[in-house]
Design a protein around this ligand. Structure first.
Ligand code: AVI
Length: 316
């Protein structure tokens, strides 16, 4: 009943090429996926506990408040495919509501899933569980042991916001392509709101988000052999209203040079490395995105302040 499958893994050289291209670009950048080494994942879990970071608890409130309506829209007996499952906790809370027949957590490495899935299998012995290691930001071709009937893709936490809208469209189209006619998507989306609330959520008083952002430099030192000195960089996290997105950057506190085995990059004081975007949507523009990707028959649930939304979409 319990199976683990590791699909393609990005090799070390392609990781290095991708990262060094970003660090050497005129406007230096890194992909947000590198925020999540072991410590980064723990820091992100701590962010989710912060009073300023409303998305996690608001989404949980929506799932609790609207559980029966969500169950009705989704229907039972699905193949629940949990993208970026981590400790599988969010999906597991929904098992009694969604009653899936197969649970398929997907994360970058199958090893992240082992402990959680073994525990869950004991708790829910009648659900077939198939853990998959895959970088689903690149491809979404699932192994044959994942049932094709009634695939329900689950993508909570507003992770869709970490893609640009163009990338988000491609990603949703890939999900659409992985579904039969009875497939669907259950997704959490963060909504546009007052700038002060968004600024605080990504630049909290305790400095946990700062630590999360700065930790990428330690991760880069490990992956690339760079000599980033964390003390020389400052966290910047703010809402860019024109672009409807949070931007996270690391800013050089003074002129400095970063070196790695075959190269170096000079940064002047105030120069930044762009580490993450987190796009915020309106119900209207997210509807347009879903429609363009091939989804319809949409249902939306939100919290009383309309800060966050959960959406279910059928394929069309
Ligand atoms: C994972 N992702 C949805 C988080 C977000 O809100 O964009 C990552 C994060 N970055 C800073 N705080 C949280």
């Amino acid at each position: 009943m319990l199976q683990f499958i590791q699909c393609t893994e990005q090799n070390d050289q392609s990781v290095r090429d991708e990262l060094l291209a970003g660090l050497s670009a005129a406007q230096a950048f890194t992909s947000p996926k590198y925020l999540y080494d072991a410590l980064g994942s723990r820091l992100f879990a701590a962010i989710c506990e912060l009073p300023e970071y409303y998305p996690t608890r608001t989404e949980a409130l929506i799932f609790n408040t609207h559980a029966s309506a969500i169950a009705l829209a989704v229907g039972s007996g699905s193949t629940l495919i949990d993208l970026g499952a981590g400790n599988c906790a969010k999906a597991a809370r929904l098992f009694p509501v969604l009653q899936p027949v197969q649970y398929v957590p997907v994360d970058i490495s199958v090893n992240f899933l082992r402990d959680a899935l073994q525990r869950l299998q004991q708790q829910f012995p009648s659900i077939v569980m198939t853990g998959i290691g895959m970088d689903f930001s690149h491809e979404l071709v699932l192994p044959d042991s994942v049932r094709e009937a009634k695939r329900l893709f689950f993508y909570p936490g507003s992770s869709i916001g970490n893609y640009t809208p163009d990338e988000a469209l491609l990603f949703l189209q890939r999900i659409r392509a992985a579904c039969d006619d009875d497939g669907g998507l259950l997704i959490g989306v963060d909504l546009v709101k007052e700038k002060a609330i968004l600024d605080a959520a990504y630049d909290d008083a305790l400095g946990v988000t700062a630590a999360f952002n700065l930790n990428i430099l330690r991760h880069l030192n490990h992956l690339l052999g760079t000599d980033f000195d964390v003390q020389a960089w400052r966290h910047r996290g703010f809402y860019n209203q024109q672009a409807s997105r949070i931007e996270m950057h690391l800013e050089a506190a003074f002129d400095l040079t970063v070196r790695w085995p075959q190269g170096e990059r000079r940064f002047v004081r105030g120069e930044r490395i762009h580490t993450e975007n987190s796009y915020k949507y309106t119900q209207r523009n997210f509807t347009d995105l879903l429609t363009e990707a091939g989804f319809g028959r949409l249902s939306f649930w939100t919290d009383p302040q309309q800060w966050f939304m959960v959406c279910h979409a059928h394929v069309t």
